[in-house]
Each structure stands twice: as C-alpha cells, then as structure tokens.
Design a binder for this molecule. Structure first.
Ligand code: B12
Ligand code: SF4
Ligand code: SF4
Length: 228
C-alpha cells in the first residue's frame, strides 16, 4: 500500500478539476446524527476529503432558469467524475476510498415532512474540512468563492493530516436578508423546513423537464461571491 500525503491528495484533486479541497479527520464528526456519520458509510473511515467546484456566477443573472439548472447538473457530473476517478486511483494504490454522491441518490426520506437527507451532509463535512462556514441560509460560504460552490467527498480508511478550521464567520452580524427573502418562509436561521422549500425551489416544465425555480437565499446573500 502506498503512503499518501495531504499535499499529494490536494494536488491530484486539483489536477482532476476541483477548485478547493479540504481534509477532515473522522473525529470531527462526533456530533453527526446516528446513521449519517462517515463510519455509517465506511466502517473504517479515518479521513473525509471534501472538494468544492465553482458554479459560474453569471448563471445567477441569466433570465432563463434553464441556464442555472443546466450548470448545476454539469457541475454535479464534474464533481462525481472527480471523486469517482480519485477513488479508483486510490484503490490502485491499495487505499480503500469511497466516493459520496454530490446529490442523488440518497436513501433517507420522511414523507410526512417531505424531508430527505443525504447519506453524508456535505455542508457539515465541508465545514469540518476547513472549507468555510454555514450561513443562516444553511449553505456553505467560503471566503474566496462565497456560496456559488457545489461539494463532493471521498471517505478514506487512512489517517491524513487534517486542515485547520476557518476562523471567519459566514454571516454579517444582524443580517437576515435570506430569511426575509425566502418566498416559502422555509428558513429559521439555523435549519430549513424542507417541505416549504421543496414546494417552490424546483418545478416541472410543461414538457415534463425539471428546472430550479428559486435560489433567492443564495443569490441575495451579500457573501454569495465571497467574503471581502
Ligand atoms: C436534500 C438536499 C436538498 C433539500 C434540502 C436542503 C437542506 N438545506 O438540507 C432541498 C431540495 C430543499 C435542497 C435545496 C437546495 N440545495 Co440541496 N441538497 C440536498 C442534499 C442532497 C442533502 C442535504 C441534507 O442532507 N440535508 C438534511 C440535513 C443536513 O439538514 P438538516 O435536517 O437541517 O440537518 C440537521 C441535522 O440532521 C443535523 N445534521 C445532519 N447531518 C449532520 C452532520 C453533522 C456532522 C452534524 C454536526 C449535524 C448534522 O444538523 C442539522 C441541524 O439540526 C445535499 C447533498 C449532500 N449530500 O449534502 C444538497 C446540497 C445541500 N444542496 C445544494 C444546493 C446548491 C441547493 C440549492 C441552492 C439548489 C437551488 N435551488 O438553487 C437549494 C438551497 C436551499 C437551502 N437554503 O438549503 C448544495 C449546497 C452547496 C453549498 N454551497 O452549501 C449541496 C451540498 C449539494 C452539493 N453537492 O453541493 N437541497
Ligand atoms: S431556495 Fe428559495 S424557497 Fe428554498 S430556502 Fe432558498 S429562498 Fe427559500
Ligand atoms: S443573506 Fe445574510 S443572513 Fe443570509 S446567509 Fe447571507 S449573510 Fe447570512
């Protein structure tokens, strides 16, 4: 089995197309809910490698939601390709590596609350890997790229040197722009009522396709392009 360093991991993931990469030790997930801990996915997990990839900012100003939607699907594919390729490479070196889906599929679904939960919350993982903080809109905010990022992760059975946690705050003190702007009143500053967001945030087009229909909590955030 090859020994691999944090620098080698980051360098390779950036070569594969990640914009950011951070590393969390599994000990940082002690407060994860039961069933959604990295070791619930990979029993021997010791490190969680989190990547982030940018979404073009100008998709927010395009008048057609098809643009924003298409770029999301493109970036989801990109992240899944990166984590998939990286997991295969590590397996060739004898390291057990498990890629986490960037979006669907996931198994947990509470029909009463219309509440789904990813097998691992990538926002919580990104915070623990030193990539940013979660804002009141519940999105990850990074100082350099704001919230216009999508996330992915690979779980490893190796101890890799973790990154420092960030010291900046995601939110401007007293700000509640996202809470007040949400047309579904889905946000409370801490978590979100998925039923309310789901009633608005995506829609089926007349032709049976899907488009994102709302992203106001992201777009109106003064930190959506980064923390100046
Ligand atoms: C289900 C889902 C949704 C649902 C629910 C969103 C939500 N806030 O949870 C819906 C369909 C509404 C949705 C909407 C959107 N989504 Co979405 N979604 C997901 C998905 C697949 C799972 C998220 C999840 O598990 N939520 C449930 C949990 C985390 O939320 P909760 O109930 O509040 O959790 C509580 C506890 O369970 C506990 N908890 C849960 N896990 C953990 C782990 C630890 C360590 C700890 C301590 C606690 C803890 O903490 C919470 C507080 O009590 C993720 C991909 C992924 N695997 O993470 C993308 C993801 C969160 N979505 C994303 C995006 C971009 C969006 C949209 C912007 C899309 C759009 N419309 O433009 C909106 C944003 C709405 C918003 N303000 O969140 C991105 C966010 C990127 C970022 N910068 O943060 C993600 C990470 C996808 C990705 N690969 O990047 N999404
Ligand atoms: S995506 Fe729209 S509906 Fe969902 S929480 Fe954000 S502002 Fe509210
Ligand atoms: S709009 Fe304001 S409260 Fe909401 S996430 Fe951004 S800085 Fe935080």
């Amino acid at each position: 089995m090859k020994n691999i360093s944090a620098d080698e991991i980051k360098c390779r993931l950036k070569e594969l197309g990640a914009d950011l990469c951070g590393i969390a030790s599994v000990e940082r997930f002690a407060d994860a809910p039961s069933g959604f801990h990295p070791t619930d996915i990979l029993k021997e997990c010791k490190s969680v490698i989190v990547i982030a990839t940018r979404i073009p900012i100008n998709t927010l100003i395009a008048s057609s939601q098809a643009i924003y939607t298409f770029t999301h699907f493109r970036v989801f594919d990109k992240i899944n390709s990166i984590t998939f390729a990286f997991a295969i490479e590590l397996e060739k070196w004898g390291i057990c590596a498990v890629p986490v889906p960037a979006s669907e599929p996931y198994e947990y679904w509470d029909d009463n609350r219309r509440h789904g939960q990813g097998i691992l919350s990538l926002k919580h993982a990104a915070v623990r890997a030193g990539l940013g903080q979660m804002g009141k809109n519940t999105l990850l905010v990074n100082d350099q790229f704001g919230n216009m990022l999508l996330l992915g992760a690979v779980l490893l059975n190796e101890e890799i040197e973790p990154d420092l946690l960030v010291t900046y705050q995601a939110c401007i003190p007293g700000c509640r722009i996202c809470l007040d702007a949400c047309p579904a009143s889905a946000l409370d500053g801490n978590t979100m009522e998925q039923r309310k967001c789901r009633s608005i945030c995506g829609k089926t087009t007349d032709g049976g396709g899907f488009v994102y229909n709302c992203n106001l909590c992201r777009k109106l955030c003064p930190h959506h392009q980064g923390i100046k």
